[in-house]
Design a binder for this molecule. Structure first.
Ligand SMILES: NC(=O)C1=CN([C@@H]2O[C@H](COP(=O)(O)OP(=O)(O)OC[C@H]3O[C@@H](n4cnc5c(N)ncnc54)[C@H](OP(=O)(O)O)[C@@H]3O)[C@@H](O)[C@H]2O)[C@@H](O)CC1
Ligand SMILES: Nc1ncnc2c1ncn2[C@@H]1O[C@H](COP(=O)(O)OP(=O)(O)O)[C@@H](O)[C@H]1O
Ligand SMILES: [Mg+2]
Length: 279
């Protein structure tokens, strides 16, 4: 397992090309946020905007409209129970995230099935939270090439069948190889299994153990892939950066809230891009 360091973020996060516009930096669609978990979709979308995605749309329960607009006017909104609107939003996206706060009821399952039916080979799909639980529960086939899974240990148990205590590197490697795409097993030291390599994160602390930290990682990951492409380095850079930002904040904060990490993203990325440009 390769140990991640800041150099992976320096390789990925480069100064923005000046000959550019919002479309240059990708279109992210976040599908999630039911009436109970609207905050998860708001945090994922906020992370995607602050990590530099050019355009971010949220397909969510209409009840979240005012809250999302108030927190994040940069985001566009589609009602996730409007199948035609969801399909149109899917077709327009570069990177699609499904799962943060989606829930696991019948309506959530239908939205997941519409989403899985609307993915094209050029797009990248990120499955998080409730979407992972639903795929595991209903044994849904997910066989696209560009797929990233972001389970925490219990979601990984549901998906892989490995109990949390059985989740050794060897067992995780074997289970991830049987699943399409890249698997990010989130824990104190998050492990990343791509089709060709595996990596261990070296950043992050208990200060991040707050609801919404994973939703935030998902948004960062989506924005990084939208801007820098779906390759191992991009995925590793997102995982490392998310926790490195939190480590910086944890030096002077007992807990690091997702919204604190989100607010710190542009400054962190500028520091990295500037240091890489000088190297
Ligand atoms: N503000 C919002 O809107 C928020 C909305 N959210 C959304 O809620 C939805 C449900 O997601 P979920 O993660 O909260 O619930 P679930 O999948 O049942 O997992 C929890 C169970 O697994 C266990 N567990 C064991 N190991 C673990 C580990 N390493 N990390 C975590 N858990 C671990 C754990 O054990 P315990 O805590 O009891 O010890 C418990 O039994 C999902 O859509 C998500 O996006 C959240 O993001 C929060 C903020
Ligand atoms: N003790 C810890 N040490 C390091 N990282 C942690 C710790 N607790 C949580 N995290 C990080 O916070 C995130 C939690 O993800 P997840 O459980 O999906 O959160 P949520 O669904 O509430 O947004 C992961 O990125 C995980 O690595
Ligand atoms: Mg989660």
């Amino acid at each position: 397992m390769k140990q991640l360091s800041e150099s992976v973020v320096q390789t990925v996060v480069r100064p923005r090309p000046q000959e550019s516009h919002k479309g240059t930096f990708g279109r992210v669609l976040i599908v999630g946020g039911n009436a109970q978990f609207g905050g998860a979709a708001i945090m994922a979308a906020s992370a995607a905007v602050y990590a530099g995605a050019g355009l971010v749309t949220v397909a969510t329960d209409p009840v979240n409209r005012s809250a999302l607009h108030a927190r994040l006017p940069e985001a566009m909104i589609v009602p996730f129970n409007d199948r035609q609107a969801l399909k149109a939003a899917l077709a327009a996206a570069t990177v699609i995230v499904i799962g943060p706060g989606l829930g696991t009821d019948e309506a959530a399952l239908a939205i997941l099935q519409t989403t899985l039916g609307g993915i094209t080979p050029a797009q990248t799909l990120i499955l998080d939270g409730s979407a992972i639980t639903l795929v595991a529960e209903h044994q849904l086939p997910v066989e696209f090439q560009n797929v990233v899974w972001t389970p925490h240990q219990m979601e990984w148990q549901r998906l892989s069948g490995l109990a949390v205590k059985e989740q050794t590197v060897a067992a995780n490697t074997k289970a991830a190889a049987a699943i399409a795409g890249t698997v990010i097993v989130k824990a104190h030291r998050t492990q990343i299994f791509s089709p060709t390599a595996s990596y261990e994160n070296t950043t992050g602390s208990a200060a991040m153990a707050t609801g919404g930290s994973g939703d935030t990682l998902t948004g960062i990951l989506a924005a990084f892939i939208a801007q820098f492409g779906y390759v191992d380095q991009t995925v590793c850079a997102a995982v490392y950066a998310h926790s490195a930002i939190a480590d910086g904040l944890a030096a002077t904060n007992y807990v690091v809230l997702p919204s604190m990490v989100i607010a710190a993203l542009p400054h962190y990325m500028q520091r990295i891009a500037a240091s890489g440009a000088q190297a």
